[in-house]
Ligand binder design. Structure first.
Ligand code: ZN
Length: 334
């Protein structure tokens, strides 16, 4: 851990030490109005162009453009580092220097430039009534895929007859409804030129993880979060008794999602569909995860999920296959 000088110390130095008191130890200064003038220590000159503005507590040389406050002056004059200059200034002014611990996490986050995308925004909380108007009916399409009606009820999956979409609620961490997501029932959606998924309400960037509101308790208990791509995988895992799983709803995790995950201080297992290779989704955001968590990913080296073109989720071939994939999960080291 690195120690940083506290902002209060800097503020103290700036407001309690007159820059001229320090500088006049080295340079003769003459008063001209609110300005003090002297020969510049940073360049060779015979007529004084080095000025101290006593109202601003700063110096400026009109000959060489040297400019700054007391700490800048000490750094330049004594060729001192910033830390040393602060110590020297504080020593001169009898000010105690407070250093604070800066965790590596904060340091890296300060230096980190997130990948730009849509801005997050404050989600309005929707009334459950807007969701409850959708039909409760058997979702045959998903039942054919092995998701039973009990699970469909547990996830409150419904049907939007107007748009012919299977809909599901999106909750924030506190369980408030923040969106409704609809998946088309038409497998030919590309030919029909309709989106596979739509958000019924404004979403901004992806700053949530689907099902995390329910999974969070189990994620904390287990110290592990399993991240699938979609909600169907979460549901299949639920049927097999798993509870610490969420859906990213994207394979390119956003910075906001990463921050959310890091807040849990847990291990992370990426269980994306077979067609996604690690290098496809291992972006700069993901690198943060690998630095601050034990990050694992499912790598189907034994080809238990078939051809990548089938786009199978690691949970699609049942518990036994999942357990084998999970136990051979690979650690991602940045
Ligand atoms: Zn100068």
């Amino acid at each position: 851990m690195k120690k940083d000088i506290s902002p209060e110390t800097i503020a103290n130095i700036k407001s309690n030490i007159r820059i001229e008191d320090y500088i006049k130890q080295y340079i003769d200064l003459k008063q001209v109005g609110t300005t003090l003038v002297g020969l510049c220590p940073f360049h060779d000159e015979k007529t004084p162009s080095f000025k101290i503005d006593t109202t601003k507590n700063r110096y400026h040389c009109f000959g060489c453009d040297a400019t700054g406050d007391l700490i800048d002056f000490i750094q330049m004059f004594h060729k001192a580092s910033y830390q040393t200059a602060v110590d020297m200034a504080a020593d001169f002014g009898n000010i105690s220097v407070v250093r604070q611990q800066v965790s590596d996490t904060i340091k890296v986050f300060k230096e980190y430039k997130p990948i730009k995308h849509a801005k997050p925004f404050v989600h309005p909380i929707l009334d459950m009534g807007v969701y409850n108007r959708y039909d409760k009916r058997p979702i045959k399409l998903w039942e054919e895929e092995g998701i039973n009606s009990k699970t469909i009820d547990a996830y409150n999956i419904r049907y939007d007859t107007l748009r012919d979409r299977i809909v599901y609620p999106v909750y924030d961490l506190h369980g408030n409804l923040i969106n409704v997501k609809g998946r088309t029932i038409y497998e030919e959606y590309k030919k029909l030129n309709i989106p596979k998924y739509i958000n019924y309400y404004k979403v901004g960037c992806m700053d949530y993880l689907q099902e995390l509101n329910k999974a969070q308790k189990y994620v904390k208990e287990k110290g592990e979060m399993i991240i699938f791509e979609g909600i169907k995988s979460c549901m299949k895992a639920f049927q097999l008794g798993m509870r610490n799983q969420v859906a990213a709803e994207t394979s390119a995790l956003t910075y906001e999602q990463i921050k959310l995950i890091l807040g849990f201080h847990c291990d992370v297992v990426i269980a994306f569909d077979k067609d996604k290779k690690l290098e496809d989704y291992y972006n700069d955001n993901m690198k943060l995860l690998s630095r601050f968590t034990n990050l694992y990913y499912i790598n189907d080296t034994k080809n238990l999920l078939g051809d990548p073109s089938e786009k199978k989720s690691p949970i699609d071939n049942g518990l036994q296959v999942w357990e084998e994939l999970y136990s051979s999960r690979e650690r991602v080291i940045d």
